[in-house]
Design a protein around this ligand. Structure first.
Ligand code: FAD
Length: 413
């Protein structure tokens, strides 16, 4: 597809703002399962995704969803076992895929490779549209939407979206529904009342920044992923092959000043600190790729639907990356929304979507908010209590299974 070729249409049924993985998955699903005309708008071109350094852990449940739309990426590294522990404390939990009758608990994939798979699936979905339907999808690149305004009665109203293209030319269109899938980067500005709702977002600054990089070690353990809670924050090592080189995707959450210092360290010193924080389970850390930093925080809207506007994925909830849940929940958002919009393109369908996703959101936001805070308390007694909880969890099969299934499928069972 040529990024510069598509003009902004004057009107559409559903405007999707943001062609990240959640917006792309939603567009694929709506093309396949609904009759609506779609406009998918992104501030960047698809090349942005290929530059994103994140390696994402997709759950087994997300694999099932992505396979439904032919968007399962080619290069994934399976996670067959997960080891959860505290640094320098007793107590750990191990999860194994064979305990849950699944080939893998999850899979690690580059953000860009996932987006490429979704782009291919979208191209196939376009080809599969009957010619009689005309052009069902308009793609608009390098156009930033920064204003949404709703007008008219509930039943026949419209959303006016406006913004500007990269050359500063103004851009605007009308839609029957607008989907915010822009990753939480702008807050919708609609009526005064809706601004009030937006102002009461659940926010938390964890005082943590994630360092992300690809690392190699001397004793890799294929199929094992490690989540280690340190006093600074969780440290995850996910098995991940990069350009044919086996290794691990590191997500090391630490205080922002420590993250800035570590980013600037020479490679050897960085690896020595990593070894100190992670321990000797995989031998020595022997190499590291380019390091990147992501500031972390919780930013979730209590209500994701306002009349004819709905937020999904990170636009609805940006989570702490502990346990790798953000995109998995975002994909479940996209699938639930597409289901609700199969035959109805109005506010009632959006309300049905919000009701359907409410529990899944609440539980996933709750768990990912609780973990970094509980494990961030540094009193010795708290550390012992957490160790005892991990040891108990390892013994309490039903509780461990409930947690594992929540991480794999959310509330979609
Ligand atoms: C360090 C780190 C590790 C993570 N690890 C995991 C993990 O292991 N598992 C997991 O499930 N999740 C993980 N996540 C979370 C995951 O990355 C996000 O949940 C996911 O990227 C959200 O997808 P999205 O499509 O909603 O938004 P995004 O990926 O942010 O995409 C948004 C898109 O919208 C476009 N856009 C932005 N603003 C505008 C605008 N105004 N107008 C038009 N277009 C716009 C952008 O160009 C972009 O293409 C991690 C996050 C971080 C930071």
């Amino acid at each position: 597809m040529n990024p510069a070729s598509t003009e902004v249409p004057a009107d559409t049924d559903i405007a999707i703002v943001g062609a990240g993985p959640v917006g792309l998955a939603l567009a694929c699903l709506l093309l396949r399962k609904s009759p609506w005309r779609l406009t998918l708008i992104d501030a960047a071109t698809p090349a942005r995704a290929s530059r994103d350094p994140r390696a994402i852990a997709l759950s087994y449940g997300s694999r099932q969803l992505l396979e439904q739309i032919g968007a399962w990426p080619r290069a994934v590294t399976p996670i067959e076992h997960i080891h959860v522990s505290q640094r320098a404390r007793f107590g750990h939990v191990k999860l194994h895929s064979h305990d849950y009758d699944v080939p893998a608990l999850g899979y690690v994939v580059r953000y860009g490779e996932l987006c490429e798979a979704l782009e291919r699936a979208l191209a196939q979905a376009i080809q599969a549209c009957p010619a009689a339907d005309g052009e069902r999808l308009a793609r608009v690149y390098e156009t930033r939407i920064d204003h949404l305004e709703q007008s008219g009665p509930e039943t026949a109203g419209l959303v006016r979206l406006s913004g500007h293209a990269h050359d500063r030319q103004p851009a605007a269109l009308s839609a029957r529904l607008a989907v915010q899938a822009e990753g939480g980067l702008f807050h919708q500005q609609t009526t005064r009342a809706e601004r009030g709702v937006q102002a009461r977002k659940y926010r938390r600054d964890y005082g943590q920044t994630a360092i992300v990089a690809h690392v190699a070690c001397s004793r890799p353990q294929p199929g094992w992923a490690w989540e280690r809670f340190t006093e600074e924050g969780p440290l995850a090592l996910l098995p991940h092959e990069e350009h044919g080189t086996p290794g691990y995707a590191l997500v090391w959450c630490c205080q922002p000043d420590q993250a800035a210092r570590r980013l600037a360290l020479p490679e050897g010193e960085f690896l020595a600190e990593l070894e100190q924080a992670f321990g000797p389970r995989m031998g020595r850390f022997t190499g590291i790729g380019k390091r990147h930093a992501f500031p972390l925080g919780l930013n979730a809207a209590p209500v994701t639907v306002h009349g004819r506007v709905v937020a999904v994925g990170n636009a609805a909830q940006t989570l702490h990356p502990v346990a790798g849940q953000g995109l998995n929940l975002g994909l479940r958002d996209a699938f639930a929304l597409a289901l609700a919009l199969r035959a109805d393109c109005g506010p009632q369908a959006l309300q049905a979507f919000a009701a359907q996703q409410k529990l899944d959101r609440a539980v996933t936001i709750g768990v990912t908010d609780l973990l970094p805070r509980v494990f961030g308390v540094s009193y010795p007694l708290a550390a012992h209590a957490r160790g005892a909880s991990l040891a108990a969890l390892a013994c309490l099969g039903p509780l461990k299974d409930t947690l594992a299934r929540q991480m794999m499928y959310g509330m979609r069972r």
